[in-house]
Design a protein around this ligand. Structure first.
Ligand code: NDP
Ligand code: CU
Length: 470
């Protein structure tokens, strides 16, 4: 696919094409950043200000005039002013008659005012064509050029010509305008930047719940159990040992949860015998936050690595080692070397290192700047094939670590199995189902379905009616 030149526009590039003049009201952060970007793209800029004098902060080449003088210089005026100060615009209604006013404002809270800022502006200046745009950008990103993940600009307005003009400007600035319809959509567009990490909410709550669950589970099974049964106080384990058990378990489960919706979707398609029926909403939403689940999982894996690296410098570990050596010296009994233990130990460490390496690789390739530079097939290869390899390595790492301990009846304490067994349920389920799905006889049917084949004639009809059939 060919990229437009504005897609990768460096900040210092000056377009040779001479474009029209655009007026910006307000010489604050947002006004200056938009102005700079527009100048670089070849527009002439005139700022409207209460105190019209050139300052070193303003981009070179721009003019600064009073609000009413500046408004006369252009048909397109960007209002880079906070909503609270809009009232002075009523005095300018005459000058603003028939002009395009671009509202870029945001609020501090969701639904702060009964009407959106853009609709409020339209009420204040009824003769102008108000268009909402650019509010999802940040002044900082505009200046630093760090717009990789956020080139999208939502645009809405009642006048189609005005809206198209603003979308053209956004295009020229190297942004991706998305038409959201009439000005009524402005409220939603204004609420959008106020949402705190919308895609991160579910992954975040899920990992928090998993952490709390595993932590309490470990405390009961290890600390409280030891205290009640052996009268031993090992509460200090809550600082490093137990977190180092919780982190890998949560990381492994989150990684498995990334691949679980994929296998559920495949089972649904096989069961329905068609791909032309919508997945349930929860599955769609789950699929959409897989990247966030994976990145959080990577975070926990990283913590696990750190906790593991500090083991040798811990007082408790040094004390135990020293004690064991002293006991051997006193009793003159040597602990014999066990090759099988050495093998098990080294293999689980090695599997862990490899698993972590591929996990990091997965995380890096999911970053927008990297995923933009690989094609769809490469991205699928990394996220699917390498993803499953990571899951296999991490599951094997946990299985070998638990080893024989899992199955011995002594590992049950108060009928509670080891945390490893619980943590392995989802990853093993995903891997087993995936293994069944890639068996040639099943894989063949699934591939047909994904290419549009349908099992029954009844569903063929629905295929012709489109994807929305339930
Ligand atoms: N900063 C950002 O990253 C983003 C900002 N926005 C929106 O852009 C708009 C401007 O934001 P920002 O540039 O950060 O704000 P600033 O406070 O930095 O600038 C606002 C400007 O408004 C002008 N202004 C006009 N009338 C008044 C008044 N009565 N009191 C104070 N200032 C007045 C001033 O310009 P002068 O002194 O020249 O008259 C001032 O510089 C806001 O609506 C904001 O929500 C949207 C997205 C991102
Ligand atoms: Cu580990």
């Amino acid at each position: 696919m060919e990229k437009t030149s504005t897609d990768t526009l460096p900040l210092t590039m000056i377009s040779s094409e001479e474009r029209e003049t655009i007026c910006i009201f307000g010489t604050g952060d947002m006004g200056r950043s938009l102005g700079l970007r527009m100048l670089q793209c070849g527009y002439s800029i005139v700022f409207g200000s209460r105190t019209p004098r050139m300052s070193s902060l303003l981009p070179k080449g721009a003019d600064v005039l009073s609000y009413s003088e500046a408004a006369q210089k252009s048909d397109t005026i960007i209002i880079a002013i906070h909503r609270e100060h809009y009232d002075f615009l009523t005095a300018l209604t005459e000058v603003l008659q028939g002009k395009i006013l671009v509202d870029v404002s945001n609020n501090l809270k969701v639904n702060q005012y009964p009407e959106s800022n853009a609709e409020y502006l339209a009420q204040l200046v009824p003769g102008a064509h108000v268009v909402k745009a650019f509010n999802t950008l940040s002044a900082w990103a505009l200046q630093s050029g760090a717009l990789d993940a956020s080139r999208q600009v939502f645009v809405c307005g009642n006048d189609n010509k005005a809206k198209q003009k603003v979308m053209d400007i956004a295009h020229t600035l190297g942004l991706t305008p998305l038409d959201q319809g009439a000005l009524r959509a402005a409220k939603e567009i204004e609420n959008y930047p106020l949402q705190l990490f919308p895609m991160w909410k579910v992954p975040f709550y899920l990992s928090a719940c998993l952490c709390v669950f595993f932590f309490i589970y470990c405390v009961i099974r290890e600390v409280i159990y030891s205290y009640v049964n052996d009268k031993k106080d090992i509460t200090f384990r809550m600082a490093v040992s137990i977190p180092n058990r919780v982190c890998p378990m949560v990381a492994l489960i989150l990684l498995a949860v990334v691949y679980l919706p994929g296998v559920i979707a495949a089972i649904l398609q096989l069961y329905r015998g068609t791909k032309y029926r919508r997945f349930p909403d929860w599955l769609d939403r789950w699929m959409l936050c897989r990247k966030q689940l994976g990145l959080l999982g990577l975070g926990f894996a990283f913590l696990h690595v750190l906790y593991t690296l500090v083991i040798p410098i811990r007082y408790y570990v040094r004390w135990r080692l020293g004690n064991a050596t002293a006991t051997q010296a006193i009793t003159k009994k040597e602990n014999p070397f066990s090759t099988s233990t050495a093998w098990l130990n080294d293999s689980y460490i090695s599997l862990g290192i490899l698993g972590f390496f591929f996990f990091v690789l997965l995380g890096i390739t999911s970053l927008p700047s990297v995923s933009n530079s690989v094609n769809w097939r490469e991205f699928r290869f990394v996220q699917s094939k390498l993803g499953y390899l990571t899951l296999i390595l991490c599951t094997a790492h946990t299985l070998i670590y638990g080893g024989k301990r899992f199955l011995s009846p002594s590992s049950l304490r108060w009928y509670l199995p080891s945390t490893h067994i619980i943590a392995l349920i989802i990853p093993c389920t995903v891997l087993v189902i995936k293994f069944i799905l890639i068996l040639p006889c099943i894989d063949k049917v699934l591939t047909w379905i994904r290419q549009g084949w349908e099992r029954s004639s009844k569903s063929s009809e629905s295929a012709m009616n489109g994807k929305t059939d339930i």
